[in-house]
Write a new protein. Structure first.
Length: 618
C-alpha cells in the first residue's frame, strides 16, 4: 500500500503497525516484556483509530475492514495481558494465530477499498501484479516444499453458528485423521458467531493439544478463510468446512496426491454433494442419525488410486481442500469478492495461469451436508449474480463460460474404444475443461493420448493454454489451420459451432482437410433453435443483455445448413441429439410446446438441446 492521496494517514498507521508487529515477532523474551506491553497498547490504539477512520469514511460496500480492525484491537489487548504476566508461550501463539493474520487481512481490505476502489484500471493492475508474484514464487516452490516445517499439515476449521455441525466435524477429524503418520495442527476459528455465545463457549472449552483456537468477536464473512493459511505452520494447509464429516484415510490419500508432484497446486476430494462435477453417488442413509453406513462406504471407497486423480481447470473447496501453505498465502480470498462466490474461480485463475495443476482426487471421499452455511446469504443478497459480475470486472472474462465443458463430446469420447496414441486439436478450449476430462478418461483406462494442440481465437484465454498443449496457435481458425503441419485423430470445437458460421464457414471446413488424415473425427455441437426450453426463455425475455454473459448474441443456426455445407466440403456427416435433464415443470412446458406442433417429428425434436456432429473426411 502507498501512504499517499486522500487516505494516506490510514496507510501510515498500518505501516507503523507493520513495524510494531515485526518487533514483537522478533523479541519474545522477559527482558523486553515492558516494551512489548507498551507496543501492544500502541497497537490497540492504532487499530481503534483505523476502525473509527473506516466508519467515518464509509465506502458503500460490504467489506470487513472495520470488523478486522476491531478484532485486532481485542487481540492486541489480550496480547498485552499475556506479556504482562510473562506468558510468552501463549503470547507467541496468539501473535502467530490471531493478531498477525488479522493484520494482514486488514491490510488487504484497506488496499482494495481505500487505495484501489472504485478504479477498475487499478484493480486489473493489482490482479496482474499478484499473478506475476505467483509466477515468481513458482520458480522456488519445489525448494519451499522441501524446507523444514513445524507441522506436516495444518487443518483450518472456520465456524459460524451451527455449533452442532462444528462438533461433528471436529469429532470426525480427531477420530479419522492419521496423527500417528503426520504432525497435524487443527486451527479452529470462531468467525464472530451470533448464536448467543454457544459457539464461543464451545471453542473456549476445547482442551486438546492438537487444537489451536481463535475466538473472534466480529464476523469477517466468507473471506475469513484467509486467516487459516496465515496462521498455519504446516507444509500443507487443509480447508475443512464445518458441514463436512471426515472419513478413514482421507488425509493420507489427499497428502499422497498433492505430494506426488510439486506442480500440483491444489487438491480436492470427492463428496456426495458438490458443484463442479465433484459429487459421486452414494448408498448410505442420513449420517445425522447414524454415520456407521457412511463410514463403511468411505472405508471401501478410500483406496489410493492415482488413476483416479483428474486434472481440472478448477477444483472447488467443498470438502478436503488442500494447498501448500506458502502457495496458499499468495491466493488469499480477494476482498473484492466479499460474499465468497467465485473466490474458488479466482484462485483457480492464479494457479492455472502460473502453471500449477489442480487435481480432483476421486479416490477420496468425505461427506458434505451441502449449503448449510451459505444458502440463506446467497438468496438474501443475490450474491452469486453480484460476485459473477465482480469476477468478470477483475479478470475481463466470464468464469462460467470459461470453465464450461461439453458433455455431449465427453459422452461420445467415453463410449469410444481408444488405442492410447490418438492426437487432438482443440479449437477454443477456453480454460481447458473438455481436454482435461478427455485425458482423465484416458488415464482411468490406463491409456495416454498422443499429444494435443490448440487454436485460441480469443486472446483473453491464451494464458490458460500456455502450460497444457504441445503447440498453441492464436488468431482466426482458418488462418491457424493453414499454419498447422500436424495431422490429428480428433479435432474438437469447444463452443457451439454457431460461433463459426459466417461467410468463411465453408472455407474453414475446406481448410480442415489440411489437418485431417484417414479416420479423423471432427466433433462439435450445435444449439437446437427449436429446443422447447430455449423457446420458453425467449418468450419470457430470460436471455440476458449483460455484457459478461456467455449467451449474449447467441445465433440459432439451421442444422440443415451445417450438414449440407459439411457434405459439400468433402466430409461425411452424422449427427446425434443431446437432451438435457428436466424438472417436472420443464417437462410440462415441453409437452405444451410439443402440442403446438403439427408435425410429429418436429414435436419430438423440441426435446433435444443440441446436436452433436461428427465429420469425417471422405
Amino acid at each position: 500500500m502507498q501512504a499517499e492521496g486522500k487516505h494516506g494517514v490510514l496507510f501510515e498507521l498500518m505501516q507503523s503497525g507493520d513495524e510494531a508487529l515485526d518487533f514483537l515477532s522478533e523479541n519474545l523474551a522477559p527482558d523486553v516484556a515492558d516494551t512489548c506491553v507498551l507496543i501492544c497498547e500502541t497497537l490497540r490504539e492504532l487499530y481503534e483509530n483505523i476502525a473509527a477512520y473506516i466508519e467515518n469514511n464509509n465506502i458503500k460496500e460490504r467489506h470487513k475492514g472495520r470488523e478486522a480492525a476491531l478484532n485486532a484491537t481485542l487481540a492486541a489487548d489480550k496480547l498485552k495481558k499475556l506479556y504482562s504476566v510473562g506468558d510468552f508461550e501463549n503470547a507467541a501463539l496468539l501473535l502467530t494465530c490471531e493478531l498477525l493474520p488479522l493484520h494482514i487481512f486488514l491490510t488487504r481490505e484497506l488496499d482494495v477499498w481505500f487505495a484501489i476502489y472504485p478504479d477498475m484500471g487499478k484493480m486489473r493492475e493489482r490482479c496482474e501484479r499478484e499473478l506475476e508474484s505467483v509466477k515468481e514464487y513458482r520458480k522456488q516452490h519445489k525448494e519451499t516444499l522441501e524446507m523444514e516445517y513445524i507441522y506436516d499439515v495444518s487443518i483450518m476449521v472456520l465456524c459460524y453458528n451451527k455449533v452442532s455441525l462444528t462438533k461433528m466435524a471436529l469429532d470426525s477429524l480427531l477420530k479419522y485423521t492419521n496423527f500417528d503418520k503426520y504432525r497435524v495442527e487443527i486451527i479452529v476459528i470462531n468467525n464472530g458467531s451470533s448464536d448467543g455465545g454457544e459457539t464461543s463457549a464451545f471453542i473456549g472449552e476445547l482442551d486438546d493439544p492438537r487444537i489451536k483456537t481463535v475466538n473472534l468477536k466480529y464476523p469477517l464473512g466468507y473471506n475469513g478463510y484467509s486467516l487459516g493459511p496465515l496462521a498455519a505452520r504446516g507444509r500443507y494447509c487443509v480447508e475443512f468446512h464445518t458441514d463436512v464429516i471426515a472419513t478413514e484415510k482421507w488425509l493420507d490419500n489427499l497428502i499422497g496426491c498433492i505430494s506426488s508432484d510439486s506442480n500440483i497446486g491444489a487438491v480436492a476430494a470427492a463428496c456426495n454433494n458438490s458443484s463442479n462435477n465433484q459429487a459421486i453417488p452414494v448408498s448410505y442413509a442420513d449420517p445425522l442419525k447414524n454415520d456407521e453406513e457412511l463410514q463403511r462406504f468411505a472405508k471401501d471407497y478410500n483406496q489410493c488410486d492415482p488413476l483416479k486423480w483428474e486434472d481440472r481447470a478448477r477444483v472447488v473447496p467443498t470438502s478436503g481442500f488442500v494447498i501448500p501453505t506458502i502457495l496458499y498465502r499468495y491466493l488469499l480470498r480477494d476482498p473484492w469478492l466479499y460474499y465468497g462466490q467465485f473466490t474458488d474461480d479466482d484462485m483457480a485463475m492464479f494457479l492455472r495461469r502460473s502453471g500449477f495443476r489442480q487435481v480432483f482426487a476421486k479416490d477420496t471421499f468425505l461427506h458434505h451436508f451441502g449449503s448449510q452455511t451459505s444458502a440463506a446469504d446467497m438468496e438474501k443478497n443475490d450474491s452469486v449474480r453480484h460476485m459473477k459480475r465482480r469476477f468478470c470486472e477483475k479478470w475481463n472474462i466470464d468464469a462460467w463460460y470459461g470453465i464450461f465443458f461439453n458433455p455431449g463430446i465427453l459422452n461420445y469420447m467415453e463410449r469410444r474404444s481408444i488405442a492410447g496414441s490418438e492426437s487432438f486439436l482443440f479449437i477454443d478450449p477456453l480454460f481447458g475443461s473438455t481436454p482435461m476430462y478427455i485425458f482423465a478418461n484416458y488415464m482411468q483406462k490406463g491409456k495416454k493420448a498422443g499429444g494435443a494442440s490448440a487454436i485460441v481465437r480469443d486472446l483473453r484465454y491464451l494464458a490458460d493454454a500456455g502450460h497444457y498443449y504441445d503447440e498453441v496457435f492464436s488468431g482466426g481458425v482458418t488462418e491457424s489451420l493453414a499454419r498447422i503441419q500436424s495431422k490429428f485423430d480428433y479435432v474438437i470445437f469447444h463452443p457451439d459451432i454457431s460461433e463459426y458460421v459466417g461467410e468463411d464457414f465453408p472455407e474453414m471446413l475446406r481448410t480442415l482437410h489440411s489437418v485431417c488424415k484417414a479416420g479423423t473425427k471432427i466433433l462439435f455441437t450445435l444449439s437446437n433453435p427449436g429446443y422447447c426450453m430455449r423457446l420458453f426463455e425467449l418468450a419470457n425475455g430470460v436471455v440476458s443483455n449483460e455484457s459478461n454473459e456467455p449467451w449474449r448474441g447467441l445465433r440459432l443456426i439451421d442444422p440443415d445448413y451445417v450438414y449440407t455445407t459439411a457434405e459439400k466440403q468433402g466430409f461425411h456427416c452424422s449427427t446425434g441429439s443431446i437432451t438435457g435433464q428436466q424438472s417436472k415443470q420443464q417437462a410440462q412446458i415441453m409437452r405444451n410446446f410439443q402440442a403446438l406442433a403439427q408435425d410429429g417429428t418436429k414435436a419430438k425434436n423440441m426435446a433435444y438441446m443440441s446436436l452433436l456432429f461428427e465429420l469425417c473426411p471422405k
